[in-house]
Design a protein around this ligand. Structure first.
Ligand SMILES: N[C@@H](CCC[C@H](N)C(=O)O)C(=O)O
Length: 291
């Protein structure tokens, strides 16, 4: 960003996956990786797991082709400034923002993302349901390592890459201060989000996550979808075969999400999304922060 004028922002979260929301309908801001990292810094900045840059699809080169289907584009960035294809909690918070700002009414609408157009239902009770598309399950087992421990993991792609490891105890993943190595590295040429999962009951699991570009977070929406699909296949459940939807409850440190996989493979994620603050970023601070 090169402006010294104040920049409007909001802060929001979905199951405590928290985001700085930067409305920029005309795509006028130069939101560099350094600017994103400065905004997400929890001590020197506003703090967040990522940035939701809110742009009209027609105004963004990566979203122009989706403009007829979805007016708004979620230009999602991780806390380290890297770009990600998709963010499940982010898209619910993005939907909440669009409603908060008066851009959409409650009910059904669409949002463009790098992973494609996503359908959203904003319910009166406050929960948001998102059609997350289909999971891809690349062949081949991968291995996740933390310290001395290693686990086999399932490779699941929800538009962004995940490695899902079933463990005996979530504490075995340790403090997750660094990205757990995943092998073979060629399975994830662009990096990976890693989920550690335990069973809580029938079709009910709990997870922790280390997010690519953000570190350990309190929740990951695409991660909960990946976990639900991996748990279903492990349990011998495949809605495409049975013709019956499968619903899994996924607990995360920041709350709970409910994931349903339909017989056509489409995955629906339901959970909360909250706007907590609204204000202005000091343009001069940001300019100095990225120098
Ligand atoms: N928190 C997100 C995922 C954000 C992107 C991820 N870190 C990646 O790089 O793929 C979610 O809720 O899905």
């Amino acid at each position: 960003m090169s402006t010294r004028t104040p920049i409007p922002f909001l802060k929001g979260h979905g199951t405590e996956n928290d985001f700085v929301i930067v409305p920029d309908p005309g795509n006028a801001l130069d939101l560099t990786p350094a600017a994103v990292a400065a905004l997400c810094d929890r001590r020197a900045g506003l703090g967040g797991d990522g940035v939701l840059h809110v742009v009209r699809s027609a105004a963004h080169p990566e979203a122009k082709a989706m403009a007829d289907e979805a007016e708004w584009f979620m230009d999602y960035r991780n806390a380290d400034g890297s770009v990600a294809e998709m963010c499940g909690n982010g898209v619910r918070v993005f939907a909440r923002y669009l409603h908060h700002a008066g851009h959409v009414a409650e009910g059904d609408f669409t949002i463009a993302t790098r992973a494609g157009v996503r359908s959203v239902h904003l319910a009166k009770d406050g929960d948001v349901t998102v059609g997350m598309g289909r999971a891809r399950l690349p062949e081949g087992e991968v291995t996740v390592t933390v310290g001395e421990r290693s686990w086999p993991a399932r490779n699941v792609n929800m538009g962004n890459p995940h490695a899902v490891a079933f463990v005996d105890d979530l504490a075995h993943a340790g403090r997750l201060l660094e990205a757990p190595p995943v092998s073979p590295a060629q399975a994830y040429p662009d990096g990976v989000n890693v989920e550690f999962v335990v069973d809580r009951g029938p079709r009910h699991v709990a997870m922790r996550v280390h997010e690519r570009g953000s570190g350990e977070t309190r929740s990951c929406g695409t991660g909960t979808c990946a976990v639900a699909v991996a748990a279903a296949r492990r349990d011998g459940v495949d809605p495409a075969v049975t013709g019956t939807p499968a619903t899994y409850t996924v607990d995360v440190p920041g709350g709970r999400l409910v994931i349903t996989e339909r017989p056509d493979g489409e995955i629906e994620m339901t959970g909360p999304a909250v706007i907590v603050a609204e204000g202005e970023i000091d343009g001069e601070w940001l300019e100095n922060a990225v120098r």
